[in-house]
Design a binder for this molecule. Structure first.
Ligand SMILES: *[C@@H]1O[C@H](CO)[C@@H](O)[C@H](O)[C@H]1NC(C)=O
Ligand SMILES: *[C@@H]1O[C@H](CO)[C@@H](O)[C@H](O)[C@H]1NC(C)=O
Ligand SMILES: *[C@@H]1O[C@H](CO)[C@@H](O)[C@H](O)[C@H]1NC(C)=O
Ligand SMILES: *[C@@H]1O[C@H](CO)[C@@H](O)[C@H](O)[C@H]1NC(C)=O
Length: 334
């Protein structure tokens, strides 16, 4: 009860001096997190659309090194964290993915931008206090199609988590992060392409890397030593996705590394799952697998939202790369 009273006091009175950060957190999603939420243009030829997060559990089985691991059955967003063990768990497609099971294709947003019957995003708010709020808009796709490199299709994997992050100061967006492959780009909000207040994110065809401008984007696969320009993400204004229309909302407490849903009926335990959201990389001996310049055709699925550095110092994750606050809209690497 005490915490409820304190939360109410915080909502009514803004920052309450002397009340721990956790108690100060608002009981409802800050309106500005919704008002400024990015809109995502999916590619016109996108075959792997945003997906229902729980459908991934219904269409996979937990494995480690391709051997079944014990866990609750059925797996749900409420019990997924029970799969945490010293060994990494891989949510492995129950059907051979080379036969294109339908769940990989996700759900096409309707005319309003909604993925019907599919909760395909998670919005996570980290209130640093003093008016500094980071909102992470996490996008989920059941499959990542890695594209074509010198005629070879490489870098596919089951499960794909991508994100934008908006850093707010006193309810006003300052900077926006766009995740792209192993890194990404940050831009000043003021210079971004927008629909009303909402910044636009262009999702790369298949890879779902997020870009601030449409067109082609060169990128390099880490450790793949090929000339620039061979590996390209294509973006265009295919289908507009409004992730806020079918999403879960959470507050994040960095001190406890814990998540609290704004709505108590929202599942939360899945955010504590430390394993992977797709199949483990198939061994070279698997006849589905191929390698080209050391890069596999089928790679390992990703970890979840909790692994995206949710308590950042700068708007970029800290990974050794410089965090450039871009003030002009230019293609990557310029
Ligand atoms: C988009 O991705 C699909 C596979 O998902 C591929 O068949 C198509 O050629 C791609 N188009 C472009 C322009 O990259
Ligand atoms: C971890 O994986 C190894 C096989 O690599 C297996 O022998 C061991 O039993 C597993 N441990 C747990 C706790 O699942
Ligand atoms: C979270 O980030 C803030 C701001 O960078 C920092 O002061 C704080 O120590 C961090 N908390 C944790 C638990 O790392
Ligand atoms: C999730 O992890 C956090 C941090 O370790 C912990 O405080 C919380 O109790 C966990 N929740 C569940 C349901 O395991």
């Amino acid at each position: 009860m005490l915490s409820k009273i304190l939360i109410t006091a915080a909502v009514l009175g803004g920052v309450v001096r002397g009340v721990p950060l956790r108690e100060r957190r608002q009981a409802t999603v800050p309106q500005f997190v919704l008002d400024y939420a990015p809109l995502v243009w999916l590619h016109s030829q996108e075959a792997y659309l945003p997906s229902d997060i729980s459908a991934q559990l219904a269409n996979t089985k937990p494995e480690h090194e391709f051997v079944a691991v014990a866990g609750p059955s059925p797996l749900t967003l409420d019990n997924l964290n029970q799969l945490n063990s010293p060994n990494t768990t891989y949510l492995t497609s129950t059907v051979d993915i080379t036969t294109n099971p339908a769940f990989l294709n996700g759900v096409k947003p309707d005319a309003s931008g909604k993925t019907n019957d599919a909760v395909s995003a998670a919005i996570i708010v980290n209130d640093h206090g003093s008016g500094n709020v980071d909102a992470f808009y996490m996008y989920f796709y059941a499959f990542n199609w890695g594209g074509i490199v010198l005629g070879q299709n490489l870098g596919n994997h089951v499960g794909d988590w991508e994100h934008n992050m908006i850093r707010f100061k006193n309810g006003v967006p300052d900077l926006v992060w766009y995740s792209q492959h192993s890194n990404g780009e940050a831009f000043k909000y003021s210079i971004l392409e927008k629909n009303g207040l909402r910044p636009i994110s262009y999702s790369g065809n298949g890879s779902h890397a997020n870009y601030a401008i449409k067109g082609k984007h060169d990128h390099t696969i880490p450790n793949l030593n090929l000339p620039d320009g061979l590996i390209v993400d294509n973006t265009d204004q295919g289908t507009l996705w409004d992730p806020t229309l079918s999403t879960y909302y959470y507050a994040y407490d960095p001190a406890a590394s814990s998540f609290t849903p704004y709505d108590s009926s929202t599942p939360v335990n899945w955010l504590n799952y430390t394993g992977r959201w797709g199949d483990e990389q198939y061994p070279d001996s698997d006849k589905r697998q191929k390698k080209f310049f050391g890069q596999p055709k089928y790679a390992t699925g990703p970890t979840g939202p909790a692994d995206k550095q949710l308590n950042r110092t700068d708007v970029c994750p800290s990974n050794g790369n410089e965090c450039i606050h871009r003030g002009i809209l230019v293609p990557r690497d310029l």
